[in-house]
Design a protein around this ligand. Structure first.
Ligand SMILES: [Zn+2]
Length: 269
């Protein structure tokens, strides 16, 4: 009798948990779906594929702990995560759990909800972003900031969910391993044309804003991190919207030499 009562209580508790979980997932799903609608598929594939499903993968996290992120022995852990000259890519990762300690919101228009960590970027880059947006405005162009900081845990959820559901190869092709996303450095920001409501796809370069960024981002310390035709070096397709802060001097040298960050720092043979 007593056993039956405990059993019933346990079942009631478990159902309660499930429902709460389900509701939380549904809410999250609605939120991300809203984002999703306004962002074209190409962006989703390149940058954040299956982000909405990634949320549902949280439960699987425990099971996937055994995935060895360093299994690929070409993966180097960088030792200067606070430097604005750091290079993070598919071969070079940030130390586990790294989080910059000077993340702030820039005083620029955002296409991300109030309080969303995507609005964050490191202070030095936030100041530069404000200058960049002001200069664009002087030239009659309206930019909007879409996605900046992304935490290690967030990237881990996305990646592990993709491994679990689509297999290792697919996950490695379409989502960055935790610690290897440049968004985790706090020095990257995806920027779009305000008129096109955050269209992050390669055709962004055909907009006046996209063209202006290509010509002027370096004057404010940013580079177009994943240039066209450099996929073999950067590991990423052309992303005219992804800006990375490196400082004016480095950005100008990279712009003038038309090289990638990898080539600039001699990390590509
Ligand atoms: Zn990006």
């Amino acid at each position: 009798m007593k056993k039956a009562a405990i059993f019933t209580l346990l079942i009631t508790f478990l159902i309660g948990c499930q429902q709460e979980n389900f509701l939380a997932q549904q809410t999250e799903k609605r939120e991300t779906q809203h984002d999703y609608k306004e962002e074209p598929e190409s962006f989703v594939q390149v940058e954040e594929e299956d982000e909405e499903q990634g949320e549902e993968g949280i439960e699987e996290e425990q099971e996937n702990e055994q995935i060895d992120e360093n299994k690929d022995n070409t993966l180097t852990v960088i030792d200067n995560p606070e430097s604005v000259s750091l290079v993070v890519n598919k071969q070079r990762k940030l130390p586990d759990g790294f989080e910059p300690d000077d993340l702030v919101e820039a005083n620029v228009p955002y296409h991300a909800a109030e309080g969303d960590p995507k609005r964050l970027i490191r202070k030095v880059a936030a100041d530069a972003l404000e200058d960049l947006f002001a200069a664009a405005k002087e030239d009659g162009l309206e930019l909007v900031a879409v996605s900046g900081y992304r935490s290690y845990d967030r990237q881990k959820q996305i990646y592990e969910y993709n491994v679990e559901t689509k297999g290792q190869d697919h996950a490695d092709k379409f989502s960055a391993k935790p610690g290897t996303s440049e968004h985790q450095t706090g020095l990257a920001m995806d920027v779009a044309s305000a008129a096109l409501v955050a269209v992050l796809e390669q055709s962004f370069i055909e907009t006046e804003e996209g063209q202006w960024l290509e010509d002027h981002a370096h004057e404010h310390g940013f580079i177009i991190r994943y240039p066209e035709g450099k996929e073999d070096i950067t590991g990423y397709s052309y992303e005219p919207w992804h800006l990375r802060y490196v400082g004016k001097e480095t950005a100008t040298e990279i712009y003038q030499a038309q090289v990638t960050l990898e080539e600039y720092f001699g990390l590509y043979p």
